[in-house]
Design a protein around this ligand. Sequence first.
Ligand code: PLP
Length: 403
Amino acid sequence: MLAERMSRVSASPTLKVLVEAERMRKRGIDVVEFGAGEPDFDTPAHIKAAATTAIEQGFTKYTPAAGTAELKQAICDHYAGLYGINSKPSEVIVTAGGKQALYNVAMTLYGRGHEVITHVPGWPTITEQVKLADAEPVLVRTYPDDGFAIGADVFLHALTPATKAIVINSPCNPTGALMPEREMERLVEEIENQGIWIILDLCYEQLIYERVPHNLPRLLFERMRERTILTGSASKSYAMTGWRCGWAMGPDEVIAACNALQSHSTSNVTSISQKAALAALTGPQAAVGEMLGEYRRRRDHLHAWLTEDPRIQCVKPGGAFYLFVDVSALLAPDGIATSAEFAQALLDEAHVALTAGEAFEAPGFLRISYATSMERLREGVNRIQAFVSKLDAAGKTPAPTRV
Ligand SMILES: Cc1ncc(COP(=O)(O)O)c(C=O)c1O
């Protein structure tokens, strides 16, 4: 009944958790929500005010499919400020979130016979979009031993004559890891003359905790601008997930193709959201730093609480707002055998919603989003700890080895 391409994709597993948790909540169950990949903060007031003004002033009609001229210019200016790169509005398209930016790029660049390399643990949408575009995803792995750092070698080892593109997400969902500049330099060194594209997903670009060199866009623009696409979003930096506003920046030809595609699918991002995103990018930026400070505080507490149990290992993330927790030492063949089972049991029995590592090609792990209040984080950790002690008492986990 359905088109063949649909047999190659599945619904977003990260959204599935939200749906299930919501169903329980509707039944009156107090669910601690660690599944959501979205800020718990409200959209800053000046951004909401810009949207209200847009409505009041009747800015409620179609805009150009690729976005308003003023917003595209603001995106260029924003990236000039963040990275020192120069771009022009014809190199920008405004999209329904970073997700549509990546989707447009997948549809306009990849096709049958192409291989597209990306790193896992990683955001599942990237892989699914490659499949939707009839191309072959090639998944390369990063490891917890070095904090899941995204290095050049994994990509270089996976290159073949069919490689069309490399998609890099830094900071990464779910690991919070970054790609160091020197690694991007090494990668570019090898591939700059091979006709391979780099697509850099910068969705969490303003959520980096330490001052580390992360000017990957500038490096790419200097060395291989004609094969570079940057995608970004207002969603995470400005607590604007529901507004659906992101962007792609790249060579004119690709952006024009994305525009053609978008003009026959969704057309423009909601005019009101575009005004809001304009206010986000051009208005006061204090809220971004405040939210980052709060995420840092939560990250540190959550990490300390969870690692009280020596069987729970997790790297402190350098960016984004997820802790990617290794629970493999708590799994037992005659008890809870997989992280997917662990996540399901946690939801059913402890009413804590989180995402199993299987969703990110990383069995044995759980992703905890700390985009929720400190109180809820403490409550959720209490529940997880109680859940694990019950398993211990029932002999369903391997015994802890204290050092
Ligand atoms: C790695 C990554 N890229 C892109 C996105 C897209 O977000 P949005 O479409 O809300 O901009 C997300 C959202 O969770 C993400 O985690």
